[in-house]
Design a binder for this molecule. Structure first.
Ligand SMILES: Nc1ncnc2c1ncn2[C@@H]1O[C@H](COP(=O)(O)OP(=O)(O)O)[C@@H](O)[C@H]1O
Ligand SMILES: [Mg+2]
Length: 360
């Protein structure tokens, strides 16, 4: 039998039929195919994703494999899945902040799980291989140190704060700088400069994602943040019930007015699963979906109530780190993947082209 000659053109042509389902373009147009090597019947290449937390990683790999296997003569396909998170294209040079994406986690009211979502999203992104920072901008009620199980910072170097690190996440919080229980009273200008300093006077290093945990509501901290650093987007956390919804709408509209893209809505404490398997809707039902529809923004997923989440928060062991396969662990990972996907989509739209090349 005569040997088939497989050309790189044929492989690229096959891969140009495979779509990136979120970005709605094919892998070749998106410049995602790297390091193509053809050795007789064997084809090796790398698919460069826009986030290591890509929710459709498995599907993209399977479709790429299938497309190349269909070329006559191909007997084996080896695919490496890697990622390079695009910069959102917003200028942060003035702050000397080498951060590709800054994402605010916000809510209308306190106690809805904003910090819980911020912590678990940050840890999940880090678990997937991204470089992640977590900025506790809740300067009235800083909970990040407790939730991440860290109490102190290393001494500053060269006049800059060095972030603490846990679960692969670099973090900074006013909680590291004041005594526990000490009341935190801020005047407007102090608050503004505290938030600015957390951006510019901290040696964050290069980050793919900086997650910002905001105080509840539409107060000064959110304004200061949005004025201090260009945000890639905001995620709104809400409970399923009506009153939470009303506050969440205000929060969403505030970001709109500040020209911050809304990445979507996360519903927390959606239900509590009882021992007999029934789901108790403690806080009502449907609020997250409703908010997303009203705001015409994506619904990013819901997270049930689970005592392990509360316990993880109180003991500094985020549920995605200690119980990754629990129902809430999975739900929080799925939410993380949706957030990462929305950031990629937004970056591609902002950049108006192929943005997965190396950016500094
Ligand atoms: N899905 C959940 N299941 C159980 N407890 C939760 C859940 N989400 C948050 N909690 C708990 O509820 C409390 C409030 O959450 P927190 O993240 O601090 O809210 P916020 O930052 O919006 O004020 C915390 O004790 C937290 O551990
Ligand atoms: Mg909080």
């Amino acid at each position: 039998m005569e040997k088939q000659q497989i050309t790189s053109d044929a492989v690229m042509a096959a891969l140009s039929k495979v779509q990136e389902p979120e970005l709605h373009k094919d892998l070749v147009t998106l410049n995602m195919i790297r390091d193509l090597v053809i050795d007789q019947g064997r084809v090796d290449f790398t698919v460069m994703l826009t986030t290591p937390a890509c929710p459709l990683r498995g599907r993209i790999e399977a479709e790429a494999r299938q497309a190349v296997m269909a070329i006559p003569g191909v007997t084996r396909v080896e695919i490496k899945m890697e990622s390079n998170v695009p910069n959102d294209g917003r200028p942060r040079g003035i702050l000397q902040l080498p951060v590709r994406n800054v994402v605010a986690i916000a809510s209308g009211k306190g106690g809805v799980g904003k910090s819980t979502v911020a912590v678990n999203v940050a840890v999940s992104l880090a678990q997937s291989g991204a470089r992640v920072g977590l900025l506790d901008a809740d300067i009235y009620g800083p909970n990040i140190p407790t939730m991440m199980g860290v109490t102190r910072l290393a001494p500053p170097q060269d006049g800059k704060l060095i972030p603490a690190e846990a679960f692969g996440v670099r973090m900074i919080s006013i909680g590291f700088l004041v005594k526990p229980g000490q009341p935190l009273i801020w005047r407007g200008p102090m608050l503004h400069s505290a938030i600015r300093q957390f951006l510019s006077d901290v040696t964050w290093g290069e980050l793919d994602y900086l997650i910002v945990d905001l105080p509840p509501g539409t107060g000064d901290a959110s304004l200061s943040l949005a004025q201090s650093v260009p945000l890639s987007g905001a995620v709104i956390v809400t409970l399923p019930q009506q009153v939470s919804l009303e506050d969440a709408i205000r929060s969403l509209e505030m970001f709109r007015q500040l020209n911050v893209p809304i990445l979507g809505v996360v519903e927390n404490m959606s239900y509590l699963e009882l021992p007999d398997g029934t789901r108790m809707k403690v806080f009502g039902e449907g609020g997250g979906q409703q908010l997303a529809e009203m705001g015409a923004v994506p619904f990013l997923g819901s997270v049930p109530m689970d005592p392990v989440v509360r316990e993880g928060g109180d003991t500094g062991k985020p549920v995605v780190a200690v119980y990754p396969e629990s129902v809430t662990g999975r739900a929080l990972r799925a939410v993380t993947e949706q957030i990462a996907a929305r950031i990629s989509v937004a970056a591609l739209q902002e950049g108006g082209g192929v943005t997965i090349n190396m950016v500094g």
